[in-house]
Design a protein around this ligand. Structure first.
Ligand code: F6P
Length: 546
C-alpha cells in the first residue's frame, strides 16, 4: 500500500537515486551523449497510437529512464491508472470518480459508477447531439422566424470554452464552412459585443455551455445573449426555445434560466471541466464537424486511452512524457514547458493545455493535505512555429533558463501550397537540432567571427526537447494528442501525489469579486473593509468610472 505523504516521495529509493544520478548527468552534453551512442535516436523514439515521439534530445541516459520507470513503479502508477479507469472516486476532495475516458468508450463497453453502467448514458447523449447537429447542419432546425440557423455562438468559460474553441480552430478545415462559429467567454462585454458583430439574431443559435450553470461570467453572457436575441426577434420569449440550447450537468439551473431541458445536452459530475471537450461540451465542435468527424475524434481519444492503460511504461507515450516533465521540474529546476505546434491550425492548443495542465497540477498539498516539499506543475506556454522563432525563441536558445520544449508537427499540410510545408518542417527540425547541439566557440571562430563577437554568437546547446510527429492533423489525431497530454498530466500528478482533478484555487477570487461588485455599484460611498491597497484601487475606480 502506497502512503500518500510528500515525505514519502522524496524518500523513495528511486527519487534518491535520481537525485544522485542528476549530479553525474548534469555536466554531460547532448553532443557527447549522441556521439557516444549511435543507437540513441533509434532507441529513444517510439511509434504508438499513430504518433512518433522522438525523446532522444532529452538530457537522459538509459539509466535515467530506468530510474524514472522505477519511480513510477514505487508511486504505484499502474494501480493509480487502474483506479482512474475503473471509476474509483480518485477526486478525493470532491468525492467524485474521474471518468473522461468513459466519454470515448465504445458503445459496448461497461464502466460502472455507483452501481450503474454509464456508457449507455454517454451514447444516448451522443445520439441526441448527432440528431440535433444533423438538423442544424442540414438547415432543418429553424429559428423563431422560420430561417435556418447560420451562426453558432458558444457561451462558456474555462473548460466550457477552451476545448471547444481549440477544437474548432484545429479542425476548421473539416468544418461546414457555410456556418459561422463564434466563442464568448470573458465577462468583459467587448467579448460578447464583438462575437455578435454582424450576426442576424434570426439565424443565430446560442449554445450555453456550463457544467455547473452557475459560473458568473457565463450566466452574465447568457443573459446578455438572451436580451440581444429577443431584441432582434421582436421580444417574444418563445424565441428562446429555437435560439438557445444548454450543455450542463445541472438541469434545474438550466430550467430556471428559461431553457427547456428538451434542448439540454447532459453530462456528469465525473467529467472535470478541463476534461470535457469530448462530452456534450463538444456540441459546437460536433455542429462544426458533423457527427462522423466527432466520433472519429472520440475514437482517437479512446485509442490513446487504451495505449495509456495497457502499454508497458517503457513504451507508453503519456507515461514517458509525464516522467520527463518530472525529471526537469524536480531535478533540473526547470519552471516551464514550451509547447510549440508547427501547425497553424493548432494555434489555440497551448492555451487549451494551460488549463489542462496548470488547473490540474498547480497544487501545493498532497492528496492527504500535507504541504509538498518539491515543485509541482511547471508553467505551460507556447505559440505556433515559425512565429515564435521571431519572438521568444531567442531566450530558449541563449537565455539563462532551461526550457524543455515539445515540438509538434505533421507530415502533410491540410492546405498545401508550393514549398511552404517543407519550409515549415525544415524549421521544426532545425530548432530541435539547434537547441540540442548548439554551436561552439570554435565553430563560430572558424566562420571568421571577430573574437569580441564570439561569445554573443555561441549557442550553448544541451537544451532538451521532444519532437512529436504524425501523418496529418485529423479529428482522430486531435483526440490522440489531447489524450496524450491528459494522461501525461495524470502521470505527473501521481508522482507528485496530488489530486489533479479539483481546482479550489479558483474559489477565493470568485468570493472576493462577489463582495467587491456591490461596492463598485453602490450609489452611496461604501465603507470598505479591504486592505489599504485594495480600498484605494476601489475608490479610484469609483471616481473615474464612466
Ligand atoms: O475556473 C474554474 C472552473 O470551474 C473550471 O474548472 C471550469 O472549466 C470553468 O470554471 C467553467 O465552469 P462551468 O463549466 O461550470 O461554467
Amino acid at each position: 500500500m502506497t502512503s500518500t505523504t510528500s515525505e514519502t516521495l522524496t524518500h523513495k529509493p528511486a527519487w534518491k537515486a535520481l537525485a544522485a544520478h542528476y549530479q553525474t548527468l548534469r555536466g554531460q552534453h547532448l553532443r557527447d551523449l549522441f556521439a557516444a551512442d549511435p543507437g540513441r535516436a533509434g532507441r529513444m523514439s517510439l511509434e504508438a497510437a499513430g504518433l512518433l515521439l522522438d525523446y532522444s534530445k532529452n538530457r537522459i541516459t538509459d539509466e535515467t529512464l530506468r530510474l524514472l520507470l522505477q519511480l513510477a513503479a514505487e508511486c504505484d502508477l499502474r494501480g493509480r491508472i487502474d483506479a482512474m479507469f475503473s471509476g474509483e472516486k480518485i477526486n478525493l476532495t470532491e468525492k467524485r470518480a474521474v471518468l473522461h475516458t468513459a466519454l470515448r468508450a465504445p458503445r459496448a463497453a461497461s464502466i460502472v459508477v455507483d452501481g450503474e453502467n454509464v456508457v449507455p448514458q454517454v451514447h444516448a447523449v451522443l445520439d441526441k447531439m448527432a440528431a440535433f447537429c444533423d438538423k442544424v447542419r442540414g438547415g432543418q432546425w429553424l429559428g423563431h422566424t422560420g430561417k435556418p440557423i447560420r451562426n453558432i455562438v458558444n457561451v462558456g468559460i474555462g473548460g466550457s470554452d477552451l476545448g471547444p474553441v481549440m477544437a474548432y480552430e484545429a479542425l476548421k478545415s473539416y468544418s461546414q464552412r457555410d456556418l459561422t462559429f463564434r466563442f464568448v467567454s470573458n465577462v468583459d462585454s467587448v467579448d460578447f459585443a464583438e462575437a455578435v458583430q454582424g450576426l442576424d439574431a434570426a439565424e443565430t443559435l446560442f449554445v450555453i455551455s456550463s457544467k455547473t450553470f452557475t459560473t458568473q461570467e457565463t450566466m452574465t453572457n447568457a443573459q446578455t445573449a438572451r436580451d440581444w436575441a429577443l431584441a432582434g426577434l421582436g421580444g417574444d420569449a418563445a424565441a428562446v426555445a429555437r435560439h438557445f440550447v444548454a450543455v450542463s450537468t445541472n438541469a434545474a439551473k438550466v430550467s430556471a434560466f428559461g431553457i427547456d431541458t428538451a434542448n439540454m445536452f447532459e453530462f456528469w459530475d465525473w467529467v472535470g471541466g478541463r476534461y470535457s471537450m469530448d462530452s456534450a461540451i463538444g456540441l459546437s465542435t460536433m455542429l462544426a464537424l458533423g457527427p462522423d468527424n466527432f466520433r472519429a475524434l472520440l475514437a482517437g481519444f479512446h485509442e490513446m486511452d487504451e495505449h495509456f492503460r495497457t502499454a508497458p511504461f517503457a513504451e507508453n507515450l503519456p507515461v514517458l512524457l509525464g516522467l520527463l516533465t518530472v525529471w526537469y521540474t524536480n531535478f533540473f529546476d526547470a519552471e516551464t514547458v514550451a509547447v510549440l505546434p508547427y501547425e497553424q491550425y493548432l494555434k489555440r492548443f497551448p492555451a487549451y493545455l494551460q488549463q489542462l495542465t496548470m488547473e490540474s497540477n498547480g497544487k501545493r498539498v498532497t492528496r492527504d493535505g500535507t504541504p509538498v516539499s518539491y515543485q509541482t506543475s511547471p508553467i505551460y506556454w507556447g505559440e505556433p512555429g515559425t512565429n515564435g522563432q521571431h519572438s521568444f525563441y531567442q531566450l530558449i536558445h541563449q537565455g539563462t533558463k532551461l526550457i524543455p520544449c515539445d515540438f509538434l508537427a505533421f507530415a502533410e499540410s491540410l492546405q498545401p501550397i508550393g514549398r511552404h510545408h517543407d519550409m515549415l518542417m525544415a524549421n521544426v527540425f532545425a530548432q530541435a537540432e539547434a537547441l540540442a547541439f548548439g554551436k561552439t566557440a570554435e565553430q563560430v571562430q572558424a566562420e571568421g567571427t571577430p573574437d569580441w563577437l564570439v561569445p554573443h554568437r555561441v549557442f550553448e546547446g544541451n537544451r532538451p526537447s521532444n519532437t512529436i510527429l504524425a501523418p496529418k492533423l485529423t479529428p482522430a489525431l486531435l483526440g490522440k494528442l489531447v489524450a496524450l497530454y491528459e494522461h501525461s498530466v495524470y502521470t505527473q500528478g501521481v508522482i507528485w501525489d496530488i489530486n489533479p482533478f479539483d481546482q479550489w484555487g479558483v474559489e477565493l477570487g470568485k468570493v472576493l469579486a462577489n463582495r467587491i461588485l456591490p461596492e463598485l455599484e453602490s450609489a452611496e460611498e461604501p465603507a470598505l473593509g479591504h486592505d489599504a491597497s485594495t480600498n484605494r484601487l476601489i475608490r479610484w475606480y469609483r471616481q473615474h468610472k464612466g
